[in-house]
Write a protein that binds this ligand. Structure first.
Ligand SMILES: N[C@@H](CCC(=O)N[C@@H](CS)C(=O)NCC(=O)O)C(=O)O
Length: 273
């Protein structure tokens, strides 16, 4: 029976195998180690909320999506921290195909893939905050941009993070900007991708507002600026001002410290063969 404050099981080294990217996963451990005792505010669960569990890792942008969706809906959940360098039996059992976080377990039924989970949450808690657009065409558009982000923009931004300053850098920065410039068109005339409020695409892309400035700082580059990507920059500020979003994202300083180590490791290792 969940209590009002649930103390969540913590693994020892939650950050040891932080993976920023979808496509270039690399699993060498870092010595970064932070305590991972997380408390969630909970109300008594309703029937639909019974047994909502998230298997996550604090620095995962994909886990943040799921937490944002649950918080927007006001759904109480238990958070279980995974050590990705030493995956739990539960994670391997719940997500045997990809063996990645996030996993959402609802009433004993596990599911994986953050974008899929966010849609599931919206469908199950349909009376709560609306995440998907009501209009089918708008929904299709939001899904299109979500896929564009995961398939194109993540892969365009990541090399800026993993490449040292030098000859290759300007081209990589240009490519990242071009991708975000295209994505920015989905923001035209709107406060959020979802319109006047946070919607599905804001949840999918929200982590850029935390990660991109960190990548810029570590690489000494500028990707999203008032001059070059004004709508995206304004949206970064706006989305980070939304409590539910900000609270679901990793703290900036802690993420910066982890990414500093990670970048140094990746750069010293050199380009993958
Ligand atoms: N497409 C997946 C990506 C999930 C993902 O890459 N998770 C990373 C953490 S950020 C992970 O669990 N990595 C473990 C591994 O690669 O072994 C989603 O959207 O849920």
């Amino acid at each position: 029976m969940p209590s009002t404050n649930q103390i969540i099981k913590a693994n020892k080294h939650p950050a040891t195998s932080y993976v920023l990217d979808l496509y270039h996963a690399s699993k060498t451990g870092t010595d970064a180690s932070w305590p991972l005792l997380r408390l969630q505010q909970h109300q008594a669960p309703t029937m639909a909320e019974k047994g909502v569990k998230v298997l996550g890792m604090w620095a995962s942008p994909f886990v943040a999506r799921v937490e944002m969706a649950l918080r927007l809906k006001g759904v109480a959940y238990e958070y279980v921290s995974e050590d990705l360098a030493n995956k739990s039996d539960a994670l391997l059992r719940y997500n045997p195909v990809n063996k990645k976080v996030p996993v959402l377990v609802h009433d004993g039924k596990p599911m994986a893939e953050s974008a899929v989970i966010v849609e599931y949450i919206d469908e199950v808690w349909k009376d709560g905050y609306p995440i998907m657009p009501a209009d089918p065409y708008e929904r299709a558009q939001a899904r299109f941009w979500a896929r564009y982000t995961d398939e194109k923009c993540n892969a365009a931004i990541y090399p800026v993070f993993t490449t040292a300053a030098g000859e290759a850098q300007p081209k990589l920065v240009h490519e990242a900007k071009q991708c975000l410039k295209t994505l920015q068109t989905a923001l035209e005339g709107k406060k959020f991708f979802g319109g006047d409020g946070v919607g599905y695409l804001d949840i999918i892309v929200g982590w850029y507002a935390r990660w991109v400035p960190i990548i810029e700082e570590l690489s000494g580059t500028s990707i999203v600026s008032d001059q070059e990507l004004p709508l995206m920059k304004a949206w970064f500020d706006r989305i980070l001002a939304v409590d539910v979003v900000r609270e679901s994202l990793p703290p900036r300083d802690k993420l910066l410290a982890l990414n500093k180590i990670r970048r140094e490791q990746l750069i010293s290792r050199g380009p993958a063969a």
